[in-house]
Design a protein around this ligand. Structure first.
Ligand code: SF4
Length: 442
């Protein structure tokens, strides 16, 4: 068994921030090269800190869903995963054994050599029938991508192997709005390939100051090309070759076996109700119990359910899925095989953490330890006292189903022992950390 984890930034406010990663993860699952493909985030759930608990095999490969190396890939992700590593990651990645799992941490997917083929495919798709030999390919990167010369390496390789008139690198900058950068393009026409994971806001055309009849074609962002998933799968397989292949993780298996045993009898889980219906299972908001199915929107895919529950009834993003804001008026129907993934989409990590809590193996992290870990824009959190954190947590956590083990709240029963709201919180989530930081700035 092999688990592939894609790690993204996510957002506390924007539900669209994760769509690029979800799209690629869905394609990787469809291809079936890995036993499971799990999405984890810095600012959403499942969080980086939950990664090892939500992976179902003992062989885990982690790919940062970032296009360039930087603070997140060098510092934040390895730190939150507990890899004991800081700094650039070699092409073959670094390997560690964590809690009985072999974990390989790879560089960001934007540094994989195969991304060059994806860049070229984006450019050729945009050019349609125009011969590339008349056109300069301009690779457009965010300023944060400057470090390490990643784009320059890709550009040089493309220039040596592809028939474009020129291949140049441009970094997004206020000055580009004037459109004067066009004077430095080494061809009469250009195709700009945004080296971005998703569509940019504001659009690239306005960021580059392009006029309606400019000799510039803008291609789709690299991360949105359908070839990205295949490129990631091929690179991961090259790196791991015939290396270690794991078994089912014993604890994860036991947790899900227990959940399924209870689901077959009918189960309240958080704000949701799971009801067996013949060979299928229906999931809906518990407050919609008894409501006619015709009054509810029905989902039959995990992705449909996931997208529905990522926002509340007002359309606001739910970065923490255990917030007591599960939207109403939907039902979702799954087979026994799909139910675990559906529950994971509804309440990521809840089954694994509740099971571990019941076994007294869920270690909580007190606030001072969490605060000390923070760096970068969150460094000032290190100065936040438990009393200041508590002041903010009283407001934020009162809207969450979880019980804060990290301040010593008792949790004697969990969702797996018949208490629907019995969900442990092992350490402060990044949403709370961000709120504490904002509180300190007030
Ligand atoms: Fe919920 Fe608070 Fe825990 Fe965040 S820190 S998951 S808001 S209980």
């Amino acid at each position: 068994m092999r688990s592939l984890v894609l790690v993204g930034h996510g957002s506390h406010v924007n539900s669209l921030a994760a769509r690029g990663l979800y799209r690629v993860a869905e394609e990787l699952r469809r291809q079936g090269a890995f036993s499971e493909v799990i999405e984890c985030f810095w600012k959403e759930e499942p969080s980086l800190r939950q990664t090892m608990r939500v992976t179902g095999s003992t062989d885990v490969t982690v790919v940062p869903f970032f296009l360039s190396e930087g603070y997140f890939t060098d510092t934040v992700i390895p730190r939150e995963l507990g890899l004991g590593h800081q700094g650039p990651v070699p092409p073959e990645g670094i390997a560690r054994v964590l809690g009985g799992k072999t974990v390989r941490y790879l560089p960001p997917y934007g540094t994989f050599p195969g991304i060059r083929d994806v860049v070229v495919a984006c450019a050729l798709d945009a050019l349609q029938d125009q011969p590339p030999s008349d056109v300069a390919l301009v690779l457009l990167g965010h300023p944060s991508a400057r470090r390490g010369g990643n784009l320059e390496r890709h550009a040089q390789d493309i220039a040596e192997t592809q028939p474009f008139a020129a291949v140049q690198v441009l970094y997004l900058d206020e000055a580009l709005k004037s459109g004067e950068w066009l004077a430095d393009v080494h061809a009469a026409r250009a195709v700009v390939v945004p080296f971005f994971s998703d569509q940019a806001e504001p659009p690239v055309t306005s960021a580059l100051g392009l006029q309606p009849h400019s000799p510039v074609t803008v291609a789709r962002p690299v991360g949105t090309h359908p070839g990205v998933a295949d490129m990631i799968a091929r690179y991961v397989q090259t790196v791991i070759q015939d290396g270690f292949s794991g078994d089912a993780d014993r604890v994860s298996l036991a947790a899900w076996t227990e959940l399924m045993r209870q689901a077959k009898r009918g189960l309240r889980l958080g704000e949701a109700l799971i009801t067996p219906q013949g060979t299928l299972f229906e999931v809906r908001h518990a407050l919609d119990e008894g409501r006619a199915s015709t009054e509810l929107t029905t989902f039959v895919t995990v992705e449909g359910l996931r997208d529905a529950v990522r926002v509340d009834d007002s359309g606001a993003h739910r970065p923490v899925r255990t917030f007591r804001t599960l939207p109403r008026r939907w039902r979702a129907v799954f087979s026994e095989d799909d139910l675990p993934r559906a529950i994971h989409a509804l309440y990521p990590a809840v089954v694994e953490e509740s099971y571990a809590c019941g076994c007294h193996t869920l270690r909580s992290t007190p606030w001072p330890t969490t605060a000390r870990r923070q760096t970068g824009a969150y460094a000032r959190i290190q100065k936040a006292t438990p009393a200041q954190a508590e002041e903010v947590a009283r407001r934020v956590c009162s809207g969450c189903l979880r019980s804060r083990l990290w301040v010593g709240e008792p949790l004697l029963q969990t969702v797996l022992t018949g208490v629907p709201g019995g969900i442990p919180c092992a350490e402060a989530c990044t949403y709370l950390i961000a709120e504490v930081r904002d509180h300190l700035s007030d």
